[in-house]
Design a protein around this ligand. Structure first.
Ligand code: UT7
Length: 312
């Protein structure tokens, strides 16, 4: 019992905020941001644009890509940490806006930047149990809700956007979501968390230190569990937080940088949307081809971390 990927879609807000734009509003520089993070620009949602708005557009594009309607979907999961409303879930709002008449189950899950890996993990379990024929996974974030323009150490790091993937049940266990692992360490809460007044509290160096341990560890676990080596993998799509972290992970895994997908330069860190947006970008630009094996390691607030192995 497995799955296969049958559709994808993404949405990035129109407004692009460059490093030069930041230079005009705070004491920072393109040089600092580029050398410390690899980020050159990020997309910022309009004030009136919500996570549900972005998620709905990405979901509709994924349905169009798969040649389906919302009536064909058996479950919607949205990985988000930045919903405008505490209830109902973004997933239910997406289903409603797309006109679902099939009483589709829909819920959000919060795994911060690892959210899309947690969603893939759940989807794998549901497919293995034979519970759903088609599952839509959406990663959607409006990180600008948490950006504090008086804190230059975090403001420059994040961006907004949404991506959606549709998986269908398959009798092959070597396609779609092949394997997943997810973990957490609540003892590392202080590394990175949101505050009640919607700000980001982050110990940058400590988060960095943990990230370069967690992501390679999760990647190694998956390779060992799936009985493969780095030679079998066509692409690694790491969580797009920081280019230096990605370089360090590649070195830990002894994996060539030309097989590591980079979108942090153009999207910055979109948290739970990061990996889904990156895959959509790779498809749109013909970088990753159907049938290739992709390893997806991620980490984030919690701390949470994990990895997924997908044949796209
Ligand atoms: O999904 C998880 C999300 N979080 C992360 O991935 C964060 C992981 N950590 C990092 O990526 C890095 O720690 C940062 C990029 C956040 C910071 O890089 P760093 O090399 O660890 O810098 P630092 O925090 O040690 O700060 C170095 C200096 C400080 O100045 P002083 O005290 O040395 O004079 C900061 O005030 O850089 C200064 N600084 C800035 N300067 C210009 C901090 N932010 C900025 C800025 N522009 N935007």
């Amino acid at each position: 019992m497995g799955s296969r990927l049958i559709g994808y879609g993404s949405y990035l807000p129109e407004h692009i905020m460059t490093n030069q734009d930041f230079e005009r509003v705070m004491d920072t520089s393109d040089e600092w941001i580029t050398t410390r993070t690899g980020i050159k620009q990020r997309h910022f949602a309009r004030d009136d644009e919500t996570v549900a708005d972005m998620a709905t557009i990405a979901a509709q594009r994924a349905l169009d890509n798969a040649g389906l309607t919302i009536q064909d979907i058996g479950l919607i999961m949205v990985a988000t940490t930045t919903p405008e409303l505490d209830f109902p879930s973004v997933a239910v709002q997406v289903a409603g806006r797309l006109g679902a008449k099939n009483n589709v189950p829909a819920f959000d899950l919060r795994g911060a930047c690892t959210g899309y890996i947690y969603a893939l993990h759940c989807a794998r379990g549901f497919f293995t149990a034979g519970m759903h024929r088609r599952i839509m996974i959406i990663g959607a974030e409006k990180m600008t809700r948490f950006i504090d323009m008086s804190d230059r150490s975090t403001a420059v790091l994040f961006g907004d956007g949404a991506g959606a993937l549709i998986f269908e049940h398959s009798s092959s266990s070597y396609s779609g979501i092949i394997d997943t692992v997810v973990m957490s360490d609540g003892g590392a809460f202080d590394c990175l968390h949101g505050t009640p007044d919607h700000k980001i509290s982050m110990n940058g160096p400590e988060t960095y230190r943990r990230a370069v341990q967690c992501m390679p560890a999760a990647a190694r676990y998956i390779m060992q569990h799936a009985g493969i080596t780095s030679e079998n993998i066509d692409w690694i799509i790491p969580h797009q937080a920081n280019l230096r972290i990605i370089h360090s992970c590649a070195a830990h895994l002894d994996f060539p940088m030309d097989k590591i997908l980079i979108t942090v330069d153009r999207h910055a860190n979109t948290s739970g949307a990061s990996g889904v947006l990156a895959l959509a970008y790779a498809f749109d630009n013909g970088i990753i081809k159907a049938g290739q094996l992709v390893l997806y390691p991620a980490f984030g607030s919690g701390l949470t971390w994990g990895a997924a192995l997908i044949r796209v």
